[in-house]
Design a protein around this ligand. Structure first.
Ligand SMILES: *Cc1c(COP(=O)(O)O)cnc(C)c1O
Length: 244
């Protein structure tokens, strides 16, 4: 993994960038008659150094998201007073670090991963809070279970002792077309309703990022995952050579 310097957005300090994101969240909540405080903000710090995390934490932000297991474990273990959320694809050989150092994992898309996380969660920690990731765009390349598999996966996860199932997560197809944005977010919300009608009580919809958080909040998001609008543009290549 090679990380090149990620620079902050010019002309704005961390407090201003964070305040601008909160302003967007508050406006979107108000526009859809949702009460203040109904959306949680996750600051996605992947690729940014720990000093950038510290600067945002100093503004009162407590919850941070990471995508890459080793980078995330390194940051979470040095700043254990913060709340760490794993939001990247989970390979089965990387579950232990996530189980030991994170409070949440948003990207469970198969039972095998859930079983490993439950088995590896240390006994002295509270259950790992988890979301099932669903592929709402229909793109073959996207991770996440299919919508019609989500209920069965959720029903299996609630049996696991060291996981607490909280909800659903999606990364929709990136598009500027707001109709498509809304349709994909609504798919996830309708799926949550469907699953809860089967006796579960999912309270979390993890959806919305820097470019589409307004659409996500209007469709019921309870947790937005915001990276570049808080930390600045990422210039980054991971070990696969894929840009993130
Ligand atoms: C990187 C990432 C984000 C943040 O994306 P921005 O567009 O920078 O806000 C949110 N969720 C996931 C799963 C990500 O990988």
């Amino acid at each position: 993994m090679s990380t090149v310097e990620n620079s902050a957005l010019p002309h704005q300090d961390p407090a201003q960038r964070l305040a601008a994101v909160w302003h967007r969240i508050d406006q979107a909540q108000a526009a859809s008659d949702r009460p203040a405080g109904s959306v949680k903000l996750l600051a996605v710090s992947k690729t940014f150094p720990i000093e950038a995390v510290d600067a945002i934490a100093a503004c009162g932000q407590k919850a941070f998201g990471e995508n890459y297991a080793q980078e995330g474990v390194d940051k979470a273990s040095t700043r254990s007073e913060l709340e760490w959320h794993f939001i990247g694809p989970i390979q089965s050989n990387k579950t232990r670090g996530i189980a030991e150092h994170f409070s949440w994992a948003h990207t469970i898309d198969r039972l095998k991963i859930a079983e490993r996380l439950s088995a590896q969660r240390p006994a002295d920690l509270p259950p790992l809070q988890v979301c099932v990731q669903v592929n709402v765009s229909g793109e073959n390349s996207k991770s996440g279970c299919e919508p019609d598999e989500a209920l069965a996966l959720c029903q299996a996860i609630v049996q696991l002792p060291k996981l607490q199932l909280r909800g659903l997560m999606a990364i929709p197809e990136a598009t500027k077309d707001t109709t498509t944005q809304h349709r994909q977010f609504a798919t996830l919300r309708d799926l949550q309703t469907h699953i809860n009608q089967h006796g579960l009580s999912l309270d979390t919809l993890s959806m919305g990022m820097s470019d589409d958080l307004e659409a996500a909040i209007s469709e019921g998001s309870t947790l937005v995952r915001v990276g570049s609008a808080i930390f600045g543009q990422r210039t980054y290549t991971n070990s696969d050579g894929a840009s993130a």
